[in-house]
Design a protein around this ligand. Structure first.
Ligand SMILES: C[S@@+](CC[C@H](N)C(=O)[O-])C[C@H]1O[C@@H](n2cnc3c(N)ncnc32)[C@H](O)[C@@H]1O
Length: 344
């Protein structure tokens, strides 16, 4: 009797495929491939990889990634003393001869990483949980570091904020969203009259408090957007429950790290603060997710927020989050804190 093939209904295979779409580092794909075969990259696992990941490459820009994956895969299978499928050897040989090493360094090279949010059992009542139990978000990333290195990686806080929003749709659903477009809004030059037009009730930010030089401008923008005087024309909604007050961020213990973003050039890829408009009885509120890379920078942010009459609360432990990215081993959720900001 023929051996049954592996498919996406088997969670380890779903994780491997999702990690492949998200372009996780190739050593992580190998580790997930081992999980699919109970420890070995068997022929069945190789066939799954061939059928789902390799046979139909999604655009030329993915080829260097595929080449790297195939190289590690072949080494792994051979080191386990197993047979490598002919088609995997053949495809690797093709990439070896047709891809120049400097391909990925070409100007304007862009890749699309697809982030799959995998909903666990028991969340079917949530409006954010689609029937497919999976939400796939394509993200266009640049491979050209000269375009600005913030555009070359997916920042962990943005993943955290996405998980937060999808885990707590009650805070965001049935609300009118302001997001209509992506606009260029440098914090340094954003003026009050311009900001007042936005009238947001919820402001979202991911990894925005990292550059000490930008902090005063960021806090000024936040203070202006959070000033309820600016938004008291908003309708209140009985659906908007708000959130419970959390512990003061000032009293929390944050480990010191190096501020790798300090002094970084500000890219001109538009504002990072996103505005979702929902009616709220409590006035506008910001949710900011952040890795605390440098405690001095973070404390400076708290000082400036205090001077601007903003209350900052650490609510990381207040909200239960679904693990919607179980395959993404490069994402360390524990390094991220979630803060709410309100105007006093
Ligand atoms: C570390 S990245 C985070 C990007 C994105 N939120 C994410 O999580 O993937 C910091 C972002 O803050 C924004 N930013 C930094 N300085 C800024 C400034 N002076 N004015 C407007 N936006 C700025 C930029 O959009 C930059 O990409």
């Amino acid at each position: 009797m023929a051996e049954r093939g592996l498919d996406l209904s088997f969670p380890p295979c779903l994780h491997l495929f999702s990690a492949f779409l998200a372009m996780e580092p190739t050593h992580i794909l190998i580790s997930l491939a081992r999980d699919c075969g109970g420890g070995s990259v068997t022929e069945r696992v190789q066939s799954f990889i061939w059928n789902h990941c390799i046979s139909n490459p999604d655009g030329k820009s993915r080829m260097p990634y595929l080449k790297s994956f195939l190289k590690k895969l072949i080494v792994e299978v051979e080191s386990q003393g197993l047979e490598v499928l002919d088609e995997l050897y053949e495809r690797f040989a093709f990439y070896m001869t047709s891809l120049k090493d400097d391909y990925s360094a070409k100007a304007n090279t862009r890749i699309v990483k697809c982030i799959s949010f995998l909903f666990p059992d028991g969340c079917s009542d949530l409006p954010s949980c689609p029937k497919t139990r999976k939400l796939v978000v394509p993200l266009q990333c640049s491979l050209n570091m000269l375009e600005g290195d913030t555009g070359c990686s997916i920042w962990p806080s943005s993943l955290f904020l996405s998980e937060f929003i999808l885990s707590h749709p009650e805070l965001f659903s049935n609300k009118s969203c302001f997001e209509v477009k992506c606009i260029h809004l440098p914090w340094e030059s954003a003026v009050g009259s311009e900001l007042r037009d936005f009238l947001p009730d919820i402001i979202l930010g991911a990894d925005v408090m990292y550059d000490p030089l930008c902090l005063p401008h960021l806090v000024r923008v936040l203070a202006s957007l959070l000033d309820s005087e600016n938004s008291d024309t908003h309708l209140c909604s009985e659906h908007c429950n708000g959130i419970q007050p959390g512990s003061k961020a000032r009293n929390a213990d944050y480990s010191r790290g190096s501020d790798t973003c300090q002094g970084e050039a500000v890219p001109d890829d538009g504002p990072n603060t996103e505005y979702a408009c929902c009616a709220s009885k409590e006035g506008p509120k910001a949710f900011i997710a952040s890795v605390i890379r440098n405690i001095d920078t973070f404390n400076r942010f708290l000082e400036l927020a205090d001077e601007a009459n903003l209350s900052v609360e650490d609510v990381t432990e207040k909200f239960m989050l679904f693990d919607l990215l179980p395959y993404m081993q490069s994402y360390n959720r524990l390094s991220i804190r979630l803060f709410t900001l309100t105007h006093l």
